[in-house]
Design a protein around this ligand. Structure first.
Ligand SMILES: NC(=O)c1ccc(NCc2cccc(O)c2)nc1
Length: 240
């Protein structure tokens, strides 16, 4: 997969691209990431990329030309152009999976200031938001989207570890434990050291359902259930 990012602050991506799993994915060739500073496409002496809004009002608006001149150097017919914006569709796991599976080339536009000249949206395929809050720019959102997609690329991390991710099966993740067995009086649940894999699987499923019921009941509304899960939910309702 190839990802091109358009940003006025390429330096914001250095830590992200040179650390841990993302660094490994780039070094192993699973993904190629290029950050483009679209200020380089500003043609005037002051390298302007923004200007005051027509119709007056506070703040500055990103101009079309420098950004779109930069975009045109990276976009091909197979590109998916994503614009990071608070007005966009809220990013979610299923969309990360869709992008990781289907997209060969993603272009992410990061804006700053109070937004973009509306005509930029004519060159955008998807407007995407990482949540209902306004940030100083789209860069953090771009890193969130890239992280969620790159980790899913085949071979970046073991397939098994995806299955138990929160949200990957539509449920929150079951509780995890590692050594020591006892920490300040708190012990690891017996089932996890029983070596009984079927009991462990059942316990984990039950805990995922329980945690999801408590913390994110909304996730259960839009999810279909296996017979076994329905059994567990019925049992839980009886007890509650
Ligand atoms: N929730 C998000 O994904 C998100 C994305 C960008 C952003 N800031 C740049 C920007 C871009 C466009 C309009 C605008 O008003 C602000 N802030 C939050």
């Amino acid at each position: 997969m190839k990802i091109d990012v358009l940003s006025l602050f390429p330096e914001m991506f250095e830590g992200f691209l040179t650390t841990s799993i993302i660094k490994r994915a780039i070094d192993s060739g699973h993904v190629e990431v290029t950050i483009h500073d679209f200020r380089e496409f500003a043609t005037d002496r002051h390298k302007s990329v923004d200007d005051t809004p027509y119709g007056g009002g506070q703040g500055m608006v990103l101009m079309c030309k420098p950004l779109l001149d930069c975009l045109k150097t990276v976009v091909t017919k197979d590109s998916l152009v994503i614009l990071m914006s608070p007005q966009g569709m809220t990013h979610h796991q299923a969309y990360a999976e869709e992008l990781a599976l289907n997209q060969k080339h993603i272009v992410i536009i990061c804006g700053h200031y109070e937004g973009f000249d509306e005509r930029i949206r004519d060159y955008v395929d998807v407007e995407l938001s990482i949540g209902d809050y306004v940030l100083t720019g789209g860069e953090l959102g771009a890193m969130v989207v890239m992280d969620s997609v790159i980790r899913l690329l085949h071979g970046v991390i073991t397939q098994a570890s995806h299955e138990d991710d929160s949200f990957s099966n539509g449920l929150l993740e079951y509780p995890q434990y590692t050594r020591p067995y006892e920490y300040e009086g708190s012990k690891v649940p017996d089932v996890l050291i029983s070596g009984h894999h079927e009991n462990i699987r059942k316990w984990r499923l039950k805990e995922s359902l329980r945690k999801t019921m408590i913390k994110r009941p909304d996730l259960l509304e839009k999810r279909s259930f296996t017979e076994e899960e329905l059994e567990i939910l019925k049992e839980a309702k009886v007890k509650s």
